[in-house]
Design a protein around this ligand. Structure first.
Ligand SMILES: *Cc1c(COP(=O)(O)O)cnc(C)c1O
Length: 453
């Protein structure tokens, strides 16, 4: 029966046990890296899985575990070092099963108050790391992309409200360095606003000195400045203090994108790099990247949540019961209404382990990144391209062109050794390690560097 209400059968008990066993095996026993496969191969292997009569759970689960799961890369594999990997804690992953089992609706306080209360304590920890004021608050959204878009929509709404809805001549614009994440340009396209590129300094940082003339020239067109707290490609942290003071002088909203790097606020070793972040009007960090939470989870925080509420609250007769009171409704802080309590796995893991464990885990990955940089410097076949800012290490294989870097990357993936794909920085093809997994060891790095000889 599709929905078993009273008839909890032996079969559904067996299904529950099989799913628990699968989940436990997946989190306890490190999986192989696995391999992508073309759709035609998958079709040949499993055929049509959605049928009128159904396959039965045993066949469906076997199809997943034997064919489809191995066609997904294990992002938490210790030598998966590309893009930004993930390394969720066991506590967070297992609690995700509870979130799924509980049919939680975490958009409103009426329906999901207990879940939102817990999420808000996790958000408060992040707000405190950034030094945001007591009134700061926000919501967990799917990722940095939604977080950046939602923050910019709130910023433009605030600017438009201040100007009584008058659109500036030339149209609205946001200012950022060319190193800003692609999602900021995507948000600007969605919002039909321009991105004005501000120059960077000799370390490729956006600074107040670079920003000031751009803001002076663009005038009232600019509703927000986006600064990066850890660029994806290199981990560059813009000079947030001077950027913040120029923003405040020009009355521009400062949004800080820390989707990857914001996690390093947790370590006193790296915290000074973020000086000035406490002046941000909005801030994002993705716990699914470097704060050991499962996908998908972005913490979006506002200095003045009321400004976000004014931009995002949906109103309709069927919602009046939710929005007419003083309740903290999580859906009011981003572009969404229904929402999964996607901050709960992070909350459960934080509540279980305490925040010290997070600092220690972040520092462990910083240590491995530092050791990787030293190994690269010591070897003669590879060369460090930049001293790492955080846990991203970029380097080149001496004497290789883009095609050779690519061929090596394909080969080590096919061998199941590692995922290390080339990236391009300022026109040059480089190799890039991004460390977020405390299970990645210096030996793992040495093994990969050996394969580059
Ligand atoms: C990953 C990333 C994003 C986008 O986040 P998603 O969670 O992938 O949507 C935005 N900004 C930066 C700096 C990132 O590293």
């Amino acid at each position: 029966m599709l929905v078993a209400v009273h008839d909890f059968t032996e079969d559904s008990e067996a299904l529950a046990r099989a799913v628990f066993a699968y989940a436990l095996d997946r989190v306890r026993n490190d999986p192989p890296l696995d391999h992508p496969r073309p759709a035609a191969e998958l079709a040949a292997a499993v055929g049509q899985t959605v049928t009128t009569a159904g396959l039965g759970w045993q066949a469906a689960l076997r199809c997943w575990s034997e064919v489809l799961a191995p066609a997904c890369l294990s992002v938490d594999f210790p030598r998966f070092l590309s893009f930004v990997p993930a390394a969720p804690t066991e506590a967070s992953v297992l609690f995700d099963l509870v979130v799924g089992a509980s049919s939680l609706y975490a958009g409103s306080w009426l329906e999901g108050g207990g879940a939102v209360f817990a999420e808000n304590q996790a958000l408060r920890w992040i707000a405190d790391l950034a030094g945001l004021p007591e009134e700061a608050g926000g919501v967990f959204v799917s990722g940095g992309t939604n977080g950046n878009l939602s923050a910019l929509v709130a910023a433009r709404h605030a600017a438009a409200t201040r100007r009584a809805g008058r659109r500036p001549a030339g149209g609205w614009a946001v200012v950022a360095a060319d190193t800003v994440h692609s999602s900021v340009r995507a948000a600007a396209r969605v919002m039909d606003v321009d991105v004005i590129v501000a120059p960077t300094d000799d370390r490729r940082r956006l600074t107040g000195a670079g920003l000031a003339p751009v803001l002076a020239e663009a005038g009232e067109r600019v509703f927000a400045v986006v600064a990066s707290a850890g660029t994806t490609n290199l981990g560059i942290i813009d000079d947030l203090a001077s950027v913040a003071s120029v923003c405040s002088h020009h009355d521009a909203w400062l949004h800080v994108d820390g989707a990857y790097g914001g996690a390093a606020l947790a370590s006193p070793r790296t915290r000074p790099l973020f000086a000035g972040i406490e002046a941000a009007d909005s801030f994002v960090v993705d716990p699914h990247k470097w704060l050991f939470a499962p996908f998908d989870c972005c913490a979006l925080l506002y200095r003045e949540p009321a400004l976000a509420r004014a931009a995002h609250t949906q109103t309709a007769g069927y919602l009046d019961v939710l929005t007419s009171g003083e309740d903290w409704n999580a859906s009011d802080y981003a572009i969404h209404l229904s929402r999964r309590a996607r901050g709960l796995p992070l909350w459960f893991s934080l509540a279980t382990h305490g925040t010290d464990a997070y600092r220690i885990a972040v520092e462990a990955t910083l240590d491995v990144a530092g050791a990787a940089a030293r190994l690269i410097e010591a070897a003669d076949h590879v060369e460090l391209a930049h001293e790492p800012w955080l846990s991203v290490v970029v380097f080149r294989r001496r004497g290789w062109d883009a095609a050779q870097h690519r061929a090596w990357s394909d080969r080590v993936l096919a061998d199941g050794l590692a995922l290390v794909v080339p990236t391009v920085h300022d026109g040059e093809t480089l190799l890039r390690f991004c460390f977020v997994n405390p299970k990645t060891s210096v030996d793992d790095v040495a093994l990969i560097l050996e394969s580059l000889r």
